[in-house]
Design a protein. Sequence first.
Length: 529
Amino acid sequence: MKLLPYLLFALLLQESYAQVKISGRVIDVSGDPIPGVNVFLADTYDGTSTDANGRFEFETPQQGKQLLTARFIGYKEFIQEVQIANKNYEITIKLVEAINELQAVTITAGAFTASDVARRTVFRALDIATTAGATADIAGALNTLPGTQKVGESGRLFVRGGDGNETRTFIDGLVVLDAYKPSAPNTPSRGRFLPFMFKGTSFSTGGYSAEYGQALSSALVLDSKDKGDQTRTDFGILSVGGDIGHTQVWNQGSLGGKVQYTNLRPYVKLISQEVDWIDAPVSIEASAAFRQEVGKHGLFKFYGNFNRANFSLYQHNIDDQNQKNRYELTNEYQYINGFYKSRLNTNWSAQGGISFTCIDDKSQLENNNVDEVQKGLHAKAVVDGSLSEHVELRTGIEVISRTYDQSFNPDATENRYLFHEVITAAFVESDLYASNRFVVRAGGRLEHVNLTQQISLDPRISLAYKLGADGQFSVAYGRFRQSVKDEFIKLDPLLSAEKASHYIFNYQYVKDRRTFRMETYYKAYSDLV
């Protein structure tokens, strides 16, 4: 009887140190084994890694409820509560692939994107500045991309039919009216904005996001730089002018400004020209950029560009070169842009802003004077974020208000053309990630135009599939519309918008800093004036 307590104690001790074997297999959603997965009991040292066949096995002295955990890069963490008793436990674990922004497929049909350094960069500011023949002009550099055509007499982005008017430029999502400097008839014009003020350039040759409207062919989206990184002063001396700029940086913000003067008259006198100049172009330009961090997650940006240019020349009759008329143009341009963005929480952010453009062209052809003034206001608010790991949503509203006023005074008899167009729009777009290899982007854009009282809904859809680590194909479809040119609206404000439908198939392969891109498209116009 004295040995009975000792025997009971020995049995209990042996039971407490009994080892339970936990084993099983880890597979993906297709049933294929995943090697190298860490499988363990939470808050213990008990665990192992799967072998080449996805199998695992380890022993544990733990009893009762435990959390069996499996972790592997690229997959969602697996956690399941298990009841461990005095018998071996076997389980099959299925891991679901996690959507990773660095690895996930992106839409490339019609798009050339360089705003996210984590993604494939096509054009950076330095690339634009060093592109042969572009002379540091954004449009000049983009005209070297497939899908664009170089039109020497305009210099503007000419994309898959139509003309340069069908490409719309946006800065921080806000529209720019007339992003090109004035030029003599049949001579190329340059963009008004320098590439080094932007940290990213996204250019689409079709099938672009529902966020951007009023463009039949393409959208050029420029993302301006954030806070400056150093205080500095710069001087530039050119053969045709010079500039001076200064940037002041403090803890949470920066302020920069630049003034530039350009005079082509000495150059024209030295070099023989095809254009019969009276006074070659002279321009003075000033720009300013203010950046201020607001709180922990907010950033306010302000940008302004002011330009005045003038020139005069003789236009010769196409049938008789001896007959000529004097033409003179003075252009005054102002563009200001105020933009604010903030992170609402870990999943959602909001941004919005207002841009204002004023263009005043005073021209004279012999004794006929024309004063053409265009003013535009664009207000926009956007919210974007993740509904889940597989669904991203972007939605917003905007108003584009534009006034056109032209006074024509031949022989002291005044004629005037005037219209005020207000376009109200809303858009919604969602990226649906089935996996890191397959994504669908679907959305639509709703617009109302006050002049015609028309309401329109234009669908946009794209999908992309990643064939491997380096190659993928994309398909895109979209319907786009744009108000007709001012020269027609001023005569008939009831003209309906022009329309185009885009169908694009794209294949892209990127490896070792080399890009191979192949694209085919079909574009159908309707309701052209």
